[in-house]
Ligand binder design. Sequence first.
Ligand SMILES: Cc1cc2nc3c(=O)[nH]c(=O)nc-3n(C[C@H](O)[C@H](O)[C@H](O)COP(=O)(O)OP(=O)(O)OC[C@H]3O[C@@H](n4cnc5c(N)ncnc54)[C@H](O)[C@@H]3O)c2cc1C
Length: 289
Amino acid sequence: MKRIRDLFNHHERTYSFELFPPKTDKGFENLLKTIALLCELKPDYISCTYGAGGGNREKTFDVVQHIEARHHVIGMAHLTCVLNTKNDIAAIVEDIKSRGIRNILALRGDPPKDQPDWQPTEDNFKYSSELVAFTREKFGDYFGIAVAGFPEGHVLCPDRDKDAEFLKLKIDAGADFVITQLFFDNKDYFAYIERLRTIGVKVRVIPGILPITDYRALQRFCAVCGATVTDEVKKIFEPLQDDQGATLQAGTEFAIRQCQELLGGGAPGIHFYCLNKVHPTAEILEAVR
Ligand SMILES: Cc1cc2nc3c(=O)[nH]c(=O)nc-3n(C[C@H](O)[C@H](O)[C@H](O)COP(=O)(O)OP(=O)(O)OC[C@H]3O[C@@H](n4cnc5c(N)ncnc54)[C@H](O)[C@@H]3O)c2cc1C
């Protein structure tokens, strides 16, 4: 399979989905059905997340391998370096390569809930930029490498200029492109692009979009990842929070508007956090592509 960066030579925009590996066998079976439906939408690639510390990593790689082998759609494995030693990571990246996977989203990750005070030593990578540099050094150009970007600044680095400089370190280390954390105010994305271009980051920065389907879950998730639940989102979704159908409808309309404005403003595609569901991402994609 190709590296995602090779698509950029002839695709002005890419549309992609993000999945997570289910915990149970039943969940895994269901995900395979969802993947078949998602692949009918002809995404440019599909990525699969990686559990904190990598406890469930076989599942991540199995999902990516399945997408590529069964559906001939490019897959991307997320990989975090937290908890693992550099030697562990070398073996894990070898495993990814031996499965024929050519795309990695290189992340630091966060210490898991049962080890909140974990600190890296010199045997670990401290930041994702070190993981990127290591992978490039050891595996050359074999992998396409994406990294995470934070239009509102990372939750531990609210200074947006500083956070942009840290993003630049990942690109200078060899990353090909960026997928952003979810956000609901497009001004944050466009200002981020401006900041990055000013400091010489030229790669694609693909907005990560979460269709809103459950307002309470959204609030919990944003509290953890640091994305702002904007006044506009509160105004639309708070009154609907006990009405699942109305939330879904409003969430679809909101995401379509958000994506259309992003694409109109020059965003090089959309990465959908589809939460292992086909709907409403299918409708949103159809409306914006
Ligand atoms: C698109 C996307 C996909 C994700 N997928 C997953 C997943 O699959 N599994 C998972 O567990 N998590 C995932 N995450 C969450 C991510 O792991 C967390 O946000 C994590 O806290 C930061 O990871 P990072 O790769 O951005 O870290 P880094 O780039 O290492 O940054 C971590 C922090 O350190 C700061 N920093 C970076 N470099 C330096 C430096 N040189 N000096 C000082 N400070 C520095 C940054 O500003 C930031 O505050 C994802 C996030 C996004 C946006």
